[in-house]
Design a protein around this ligand. Structure first.
Ligand code: PMT
Length: 219
């Protein structure tokens, strides 16, 4: 099957040397890509800037900003059977980015921010994706309620809820613990384990529920 995975952070430029970003290392998304490759699937990995080597055999599309990730997903998702959105995409970007390094002034500085593209939320509504759609929900409170809300709003088949308030899991850690939320209300916690082991369990779960897209008829 063709598998699309997003991973890592995005960087939203403020000026040539500064940006808004987050602490995503890409480890969770890259581990999912490796799990899919271990099953001999074709993997497109759209990744923000990380310091991890590309998994051997993956088609890596490196991006920097949310808009670049949006464009890369838009052009690749239609031929995919499964899309897994593990990236930590910035929700806001500066409205303008200075072409010159901002100088320090004694007064305070305000940044005017605008929302970025909702890539996961566009999968069904803009990209007409009909495959198996998996999102993550990184939450610091009301984990299951917020995850279930994302599941419904973004028309996902599965949301992987990640309690990022817990030390030792989530962003930039080697281990993770998540709760799977399905549209039928089923909730399935998975205990703390290495991101590699967890990714293998997650991918097996996804594979068991996803069905391949019918072949595209030739013109
Ligand atoms: O990279 P690691 O250090 O290994 O950390 C893993 C992780 C914590 C980043 C990962 O497990 C995780 O939780 N990823 C989702 C992070 C996130 O930003 O979640 P969110 O609740 O803000 O976003 C919900 C979903 O929408 C996610 O699937 C996200 O990829 C997607 N999204 C968000 C914003 C946006 N503009 N476009 C999106 O597609």
């Amino acid at each position: 099957m063709n598998i699309l995975i997003t991973a890592g952070p995005t960087r939203e430029p403020i000026d040539p040397v500064r940006y808004l970003s987050n602490r995503s290392s890409g480890k969770m998304g890259y581990a999912l890509a490796q799990a899919a490759l271990n099953h001999n699937h074709h993997v497109t990995l759209i990744s923000g800037p990380v310091s991890l080597p590309a998994p051997s055999g993956a088609h890596l599309i490196p991006v920097e900003t949310a808009l670049q990730m949006f464009d890369a997903v838009r052009t690749t998702i239609s031929h995919c059977d499964i899309a897994i959105f593990a990236a930590a995409v910035a929700d806001y970007r500066p409205v303008t980015s200075s072409s010159q390094k901002l100088k320090k002034h004694p007064s305070s500085l305000s940044l005017h921010l605008e929302p970025t593209e909702d890539i996961l939320g566009s999968a069904r509504s803009l990209f007409n994706f009909s495959g198996y759609l998996v999102g993550f929900a990184a939450e610091t409170e009301n984990l299951i309620a917020h995850a279930q809300s994302k599941l419904t709003r973004k028309k996902c088949d599965l949301i992987i809820a990640n309690d990022v308030s817990q030390p030792g899991i989530g962003f930039d850690s080697t281990e993770n613990a998540v709760t799977l939320c399905f549209p039928n209300g089923e909730i399935h916690p998975l205990p703390k384990q290495s991101k590699q082991t967890l990714a293998a369990v997650l991918f097996d779960t996804i594979l068991a529920r996803a069905t391949p897209l019918p072949p595209t008829p030739h013109a």
